[in-house]
Design a protein around this ligand. Structure first.
Ligand code: HEC
Length: 152
């Protein structure tokens, strides 16, 4: 009985995780991340971070201790992908970035981050950094300071 009641929740979480994996920046190893790293949580944990290769390696070891499973080849593909796409100075893909990534990497408040997401949902993709200046309640100086990090 309990299992049946929880089933929709699991299906929902699984779909949310799949969706967040699809939204990752394209590149070699993206599929491996979707397979190995979204079983327990979506990718917002990953996307908010900017780590060195050594730090990602440690993080992946951590997750293996928590139960993440993959072949050596998949784990290497995950490490390559994360250290390439979520390194210090990596781009922020503003049209797919989740709350956590926008907030942490643009230095926004919760309200500013939510305003950005609401605007994106309502108006569709941003095309260039100046478009973000149209978001009411968002400090344009913060955006301009990071404009070279933004990707579309
Ligand atoms: C077996 C379940 C499981 C899998 C699979 C898994 N994680 Fe996690 N992960 C957790 C748990 C539990 C937490 C802590 C609670 C949370 O933040 O959701 C966590 C948190 C995180 C965090 C945020 C906390 C921190 O230490 O910075 C990151 C980053 C992370 N995971 C990365 C990954 C990566 C990369 C993979 C794929 C290699 C992965 N996870 C696969 C269970 C898992």
């Amino acid at each position: 009985m309990m299992t049946l009641m929880l089933l929709p929740l699991f299906v929902f979480l699984a779909l949310a995780a799949d969706e967040s994996a699809a939204q990752l920046p394209d590149g070699a190893g993206k599929d491996a991340v979707g397979k190995v790293c979204t079983e327990c949580h979506d990718t917002s944990n990953i996307r908010k971070l900017r780590l060195s290769r050594d730090q990602w390696s440690e993080k992946i070891d951590d997750m293996v201790d928590r139960g993440a499973k993959g072949t050596d080849q998949e784990m290497m593909a995950v490490l390559d992908y994360l250290s390439k796409n979520f390194a210090p100075g990596s781009k922020i893909w503003v049209n797919t970035a989740p709350f956590s990534e926008l907030k942490a990497n643009l230095g926004l408040s919760n309200d500013e981050t939510q305003a950005l997401l609401d605007y994106r949902q309502k108006n569709g993709n941003f095309q260039q950094w100046q478009d973000l200046l149209k978001v009411a309640g968002l400090d344009g100086k913060k955006i301009e300071a990071k404009k070279d990090l933004l990707a579309f």
